[in-house]
Design a binder for this molecule. Structure first.
Ligand SMILES: C[S@@+](CC[C@H](N)C(=O)[O-])C[C@H]1O[C@@H](n2cnc3c(N)ncnc32)[C@H](O)[C@@H]1O
Length: 275
């Protein structure tokens, strides 16, 4: 299990929603017009943040298959989304499926799927897995909308000695195996774009950075702590070297004096001849 807590996903959901690239979302909505009913496959759905963002915008009749290997997140999603759909009077069917995206390929159901989507998943996967995904999408003649893939950039304000080293260690950790083989980390979105182009897709990529202001202390703190843990795992020989950097950064966050930029990319791909 990759270990994403429901609490972490809830913390990042509004930040992700604000970061998504509006031009790319608009392009997806243009594509979606007149395709009702729409069948969507959401990979690594967690509790359904991607659905909660996209479904009200897409509108009309939609059928979502939401796939994740974490039963706790799926149960939370089902509970949260049942009430959410009823309240908004959306014309949605939701099919939550517990599957492992690595070992359960044969059970991933692409039949009738017009749109394959994922949010905050891509940096976990390997080149081989992406190849396979791209081929399945092409065979299903499905459009692809993959958002919030980390692009390797982290910028703190105020800057501090150690920032660049921390970023490098985080990016090294990004490339370790998360269950899909050696992870592409910051290269994942670019790699998927290249594979899809080769298969005949038109691809648009746009930035979707997190811009965290001084008031977003919980999110900044969670990221800071996660990154220091990652750096310690990657270079255990550094021992307590991060303690000062961590303390200075924590102090600024607590004093509401810290800003943080984290680069992401959104990608939308559709087959050329469908334009
Ligand atoms: C960063 S979370 C993103 C969740 C959700 N898309 C969102 O935006 O909130 C990554 C998700 O991928 C799922 N995941 C990771 N490895 C997986 C695997 N091998 N099979 C299925 N799901 C996986 C995790 O359980 C988690 O829900």
């Amino acid at each position: 299990m990759s270990g994403f807590s429901a609490g972490w996903l809830a913390l990042r959901e509004p930040v992700d929603a604000a970061a998504r690239n509006p031009e790319l979302t608009a392009r997806l909505l243009d594509w979606g017009r007149g395709r009702e009913p729409l069948t969507v496959l959401d990979l690594g759905s967690g509790t359904g943040a991607n659905l909660r963002f996209l479904a009200p915008l897409l509108g009309g009749e939609q059928h979502w298959r939401l796939v994740d290997h974490d039963p706790v997140l799926l149960a939370r999603g089902e509970e949260q989304c049942g009430a959410w759909v009823a309240k908004r009077e959306l014309n949605l069917t939701l099919d939550w499926r517990r599957l492992d995206l690595v070992s359960d390929w044969a059970r991933l159901d692409f039949r009738g799927v017009q749109l394959v989507t994922a949010s905050a998943l891509l940096d976990l996967v390997s080149t081989d897995w992406l190849e396979r995904l791209a081929r399945h999408c092409r065979d299903a003649r499905a459009a692809v909308f993959v958002t919030l893939s980390y692009d390797g950039s982290i910028v703190w304000e105020p800057a501090l000695a150690g920032d660049e080293e921390a970023r490098e260690q985080v990016n090294r950790h990004q490339r370790t195996d998360k269950g899909f083989g050696p992870a592409l980390g910051p290269d994942a979105a670019r790699t998927l774009a290249a594979r899809l182009r080769k298969l005949g897709y038109e691809v648009m990529s746009r930035p979707s950075p997190w811009r965290l202001g001084p008031e977003q202390r919980a999110m900044q703190t969670a990221l800071l702590e996660g990154w220091v843990n990652a750096a310690r795992q990657i270079a255990p020989e550094a021992g307590d070297d991060w303690a000062d950097w961590l303390a200075r950064r924590r102090g600024w966050i607590e004093q509401r004096a810290s800003r943080l930029w984290v680069g992401h990319e959104d990608l939308f791909a559709w087959e050329r001849k469908w334009r």
